[in-house]
Design a protein around this ligand. Structure first.
Ligand code: SAH
Length: 377
């Protein structure tokens, strides 16, 4: 392609238009000190911030009536200041005997996002959205087709997890009361294109209760198309979350098509950044690879993928590969791989010593499987 016809450049960080109304400010947007300050600015007692945080993060209470340690006369004002309603559930869909629950949320400005709760015998995972829509334009992804509407706030991201935590704590999901053990940023949006809010959300999730939800950082996975400067920055945050890199092709020619941001950051650069992330955080990186029949599932591409992962010069287990059976989006020209091709792909990676798993496709019948989150409302 001639120089002057370089592929369209995707802005790294989506700037919010000036003057747009912001989501309501919520205690999950703020540090404990900021929560206290905010109450004091409003002429309310600062020490109440900790009580409100305890209700929200430790007791998982959202009904002001149950916050009986707050003076009845001040309760509405306190709750209004730090615990405003952020989103309304429009619709929920269940699968797997009620252990997979997808929720469609309407945000304060009408934007729609989805989250999915997946309960397994040994863990409960919340898959959350970080943007309404997405600007990364991956052609096989349902969300990628509609473009970006806006970034979500930290509290809007956190609230999706809290909604799941409340449902689990109240025993609303079969299997008895439990906690959210894992959060994956694999819903709508590119988390690293909404960097500040996402890192804020990670801090709220991992801060000890009652400042935050008290989760382990190893239970949190941030999935990205590979915004290289942001991967490098994430490694310096001191919250060693698991990084998932949506690679989907080991060669630039194909990846430019499947993950258009690749025209800015090549496969080699992106994999190198993921390797550095693993080296800094001591967390094994997950390489996501959606298997598409006849597109990226050839045996030679498995070999090339192994070469690319070894090109970092690392011989220790810094990485594993997670193959995702493609969920075809409506009107998509792509379908899932032939099972025999998938098995051969796995065999070749394993023969090279690369741990490989095939993701289960929970909730695909309610369009809750990864990449299928498209609000049809
Ligand atoms: N923007 C982030 C998070 C998006 S969704 C990212 O790209 O990583 C999480 C995963 O689902 C990504 O690996 C994404 O490529 C994958 N995905 C998207 N659409 C899919 C589809 N139709 N079938 C299977 N996986 C898909």
């Amino acid at each position: 392609m001639p120089e002057h016809e370089t592929p369209k450049q995707l802005p790294l960080v989506m700037e919010e238009p000036r003057g747009r109304k912001k989501p309501p400010r919520h205690l999950a947007d703020l540090t404990p000190a900021e929560r206290k300050e905010l109450l004091e600015e409003k002429g309310l007692p600062g020490f109440r911030a900790k009580q409100l945080s305890t209700h929200y993060f430790a007791r998982l209470v959202d009904d002001p009536e149950q916050m009986t340690d707050l003076p009845a006369g001040q309760r509405a004002e306190l709750v209004g200041a730090l615990l405003p309603d952020l989103m309304t559930p429009l619709r929920t869909m269940e699968a797997d005997k009620g252990t997979t629950v997808k929720t469609l949320w309407r945000l304060f400005d009408g934007a729609l996002v989805e989250s999915v709760l997946m309960r397994y015998p040994d863990r409960a995972t919340m898959c959350v959205s970080s943007q309404a829509g997405c600007g990364m334009a991956c052609p096989f992804c349902a969300t990628g087709q509609g473009g970006l509407q806006r970034n979500m706030s930290t509290a809007e991201i956190v609230e999706q997890v809290l909604a799941g935590a409340r449902a689990l704590a109240r025993g609303e999901v079969p299997g008895g009361p439990t906690r959210v053990s894992n959060v994956v940023f694999m819903g709508m949006g590119e988390p690293l294109a909404n960097y500040k809010a996402v890192v804020g959300a990670v801090r709220r999730l991992t801060d000890p209760t009652p400042d935050g939800l008290g989760m382990s950082a190893r239970g949190v996975t941030v999935s990205t198309v590979g915004l290289v400067p942001r991967i490098k920055q994430l490694a310096t945050e001191g919250v060693p979350v698991t990084l998932a890199l949506s690679l989907h092709a080991p060669d630039d020619e194909l990846r430019n098509e499947l993950v258009p941001i690749n025209t800015r950051f090549s496969v080699a650069e992106t994999v190198e950044a993921a390797f550095e992330y693993a080296a800094t955080t001591k967390r094994r990186v997950s390489i996501e690879y959606a298997m598409m029949r006849g597109i990226n599932d050839q045996a030679w591409r498995a070999d090339l993928l192994a070469d690319v992962l070894y090109a970092t010069g690392a011989d220790w287990g810094w990485v594993h590969v997670n193959l995702i059976p493609l969920n075809p989006t409506p009107g998509s020209k792509w379908t899932a791989s032939d099972p025999a091709d998938e098995r051969e792909f796995v065999r070749r990676l394993e023969a090279r010593g690369i741990p490989t798993t095939v993701r289960d496709t929970r909730g695909s019948d309610i369009d809750g499987a990864c990449g299928q989150l498209a609000a049809t409302e």
